[in-house]
Design a protein around this ligand. Structure first.
Ligand SMILES: [Zn+2]
Length: 279
């Protein structure tokens, strides 16, 4: 979400982009690389080293280029992003709405945002998210399952799932600091928040880099390799602890976490006195 921009035009464009991507996805035989391209007539796909760039779509030569040197899960998201560029260029109404509303760098920025929205919608159909939310609830487990089933990064899954969640929940992907990271040298490895996103209407957020105390269920779960679900708290960076139902699901070097806030948290803050983080 981008709270700094005027919501109406961008929100409407995101809705349209999601529809475009979803309807494109419905017609595909699958979501693997080959299948993802199946709906684009006459557009070819080329993998090549591209330095800092993840990929590109060249409408003139009708070719999608993907950087072959980044990790596969990122290549996959980039492919869906470039396909979204092609879908967007094929929608004259959406395109002219965007040109009416934005210009210059801001237009480029909005288009990039929309193509990420399209990529997420293409790789993570709402049916899949709803199925997982129904089966596992809005939990760390659901987040891990979404990343696995859709074959996307935990971060991509986190943003998509948060947006699809009705309950007052904050999601986070937490991982241990590595030795080559700031704060990771010499001392003990620390569990920190790597990505976080809150369900719509939740006024609280967890900042990147927030440390997770060693006795928090998220840390215990990663330590013991066992999923945990229990009453605990949100470890805000300010040091404040907000009571929450915590669901932690460990996976390799990371742990996917959901913080279920008391139901009142969704609306209480709308009355004002909200601080961006913590109660
Ligand atoms: Zn792009």
């Amino acid at each position: 979400m981008d709270p700094a921009s005027p919501p109406t035009a961008l929100t409407a464009a995101k809705v349209r982009m999601r529809e475009l991507a979803a309807s494109y996805g419905t017609g595909l035989p699958g979501r693997d690389t080959h299948s993802l391209m199946a709906g684009l007539d006459g557009i070819t796909l080329t993998f090549m080293p591209m330095g800092d760039r993840d990929g590109a779509y060249d409408p003139e030569h009708r070719v999608i280029l993907i950087n072959s040197q980044v990790r596969p899960e990122r290549q996959r998201f980039t492919l869906a992003h470039e396909i979204s560029h092609a879908l967007l260029l094929g929608d004259d109404d959406l395109l002219s709405d965007l040109h009416d509303e934005y210009e210059g760098d801001r237009l480029e920025q909005v288009i990039e945002t929309l193509c990420n929205v399209g990529a997420a919608a293409l790789l993570m159909p709402t049916e899949l998210m709803d199925e997982l939310l129904e089966r596992f609830g809005p939990t760390g487990r659901a987040l891990a399952e979404l990343a696995r089933r859709a074959d996307v990064s935990a971060t991509s899954a986190l943003y998509a799932l948060a947006e699809r969640t009705d309950a007052p929940v904050i999601y986070a992907v937490c991982a241990l600091t590595r030795a080559d990271e700031p704060g990771g040298e010499g001392g003990a490895r620390e569990l920190t928040v790597r990505a976080s996103s809150s369900a719509p209407g939740v006024k609280y957020s967890l900042s990147i880099g927030t440390p997770v105390p060693a006795d928090h269920p998220a840390a215990v779960s990663l330590d013991t390799r066992l999923p945990l679900s229990q009453d605990s708290y949100v470890p805000f960076r300010s040091g404040r602890r907000m009571p929450a139902w915590v669901d932690a699901f460990p996976e390799r070097q990371r742990v996917m976490v959901s913080f279920g806030l008391p139901a009142g948290r969704l609306n209480v803050e709308a009355a004002g006195a909200a601080s961006p983080e913590g109660p």
